[in-house]
Write a protein that binds this ligand. Structure first.
Ligand SMILES: Cc1cc2nc3c(=O)[nH]c(=O)nc-3n(C[C@H](O)[C@H](O)[C@H](O)COP(=O)(O)OP(=O)(O)OC[C@H]3O[C@@H](n4cnc5c(N)ncnc54)[C@H](O)[C@@H]3O)c2cc1C
Length: 261
């Protein structure tokens, strides 16, 4: 079985999001990590490799430094890594990103493609299903559990207050939730090997069946007009009324104070 895992290098948003004056993300001011859902997707692929002897290829589109995320994936146990990087691919929205990634994937053999459900910076959850659409293969999103039996994949799909059991024939694409598993750590031997490993690097010319009008900033129909950090709410006021009528008086008083009533 051949599995491709799409991983995105994202800024670590735990310490807050930092913006440039023009509203774009100040990626240099934040640590770069492997997107959490993608790490769970990689772990799922590595478990299938442990069970069935699959070959796992990790693929990312990004700046040359995104190779760090690929080396981390190799150190965890991935077999091959592909970096898609080219100036003309910069500024891509989800459409241009998925078009580019699909163009790269067309050069590879695969039974299963795993992406994360959603990247913690762009947050759209569109890229995985879009890649499947470009490649004309089925997609199962929000995977909480993945089982493979011959050419059939069965996925426990999270759905609000319940879950669905969904089956598909491979090749197909699955989007993974970080709740899927606990990703393994890199091993010392893995880190050593990953440092020496060769990363296949592709540019625009290597993308298959991709038109110039669908890549990079110029090929992106979505434009981000403005971006800002969430405004935090204040600590608020706490009251401990002794009776329901006192609670009503407090609420009514506050609403009058704010001229709501
Ligand atoms: C604050 C902010 C807001 C944005 N808003 C929008 C928007 O509203 N509309 C829009 O079109 N674009 C938006 N973008 C751009 C968006 O981040 C890029 O298009 C991005 O490359 C893909 O979208 P995403 O991060 O939402 O990915 P998602 O669709 O959330 O990612 C899902 C999965 O796809 C895979 N994937 C995504 N990107 C890559 C990659 N580069 N390499 C490998 N695998 C990948 C990963 O497995 C990931 O888990 C925004 C970017 C930022 C920083």
């Amino acid at each position: 079985m051949k599995i491709i895992v799409c991983i995105k290098q994202v800024p670590d948003t735990k310490g807050g999001v930092k913006f440039n004056p023009d509203g774009t993300l100040d990626r240099g001011a934040m640590l770069a990590i492997m997107n959490p859902d993608d790490k769970a997707g990689l772990e799922a692929a590595l478990r299938l490799k442990d069970q069935y002897g699959a070959e796992v290829t990790v693929l990312t589109m990004g700046l040359p430094k995104a190779a760090d995320a690929l080396r981390e994936a190799l150190a965890m146990g991935a077999d091959k890594a592909v970096l898609v990087t080219d100036r003309v691919l910069g500024g891509a929205d989800t459409w241009a990103t998925s078009t580019t990634i699909a163009g790269a994937i067309r050069n590879l053999d695969y039974d299963l493609i795993i992406t994360g459900r959603q990247a913690i910076d762009g947050d759209t959850a569109q890229v995985g299903p879009q890649i499947a659409e470009h490649l004309q293969i089925p997609v199962i999103s929000y995977a909480q559990e993945i089982k493979v039996d011959g050419n059939k994949v069965t996925v426990k799909r999270m759905y609000d207050d319940r879950y669905h059991m969904v089956e598909a024939q491979m090749p197909c694409l699955i989007t993974a939730l970080s709740e899927l598993n606990e990703p393994r750590y890199m091993t010392p031997g893995g880190i050593f090997d990953a440092c020496k490993a060769e990363i296949t690097t592709w540019g625009r010319a290597d993308l298959k069946d991709v038109d110039d009008s669908n890549i990079g900033l110029a090929g992106s129909p979505t434009k981000i007009a403005r971006a800002s950090d969430k405004v935090r709410k204040g600590a608020g006021e706490k009251f401990v009324p002794e009776s329901p009528s006192e609670a009503v008086d407090i609420i009514v008083g506050k609403l009058k104070e704010k001229h709501v009533i």
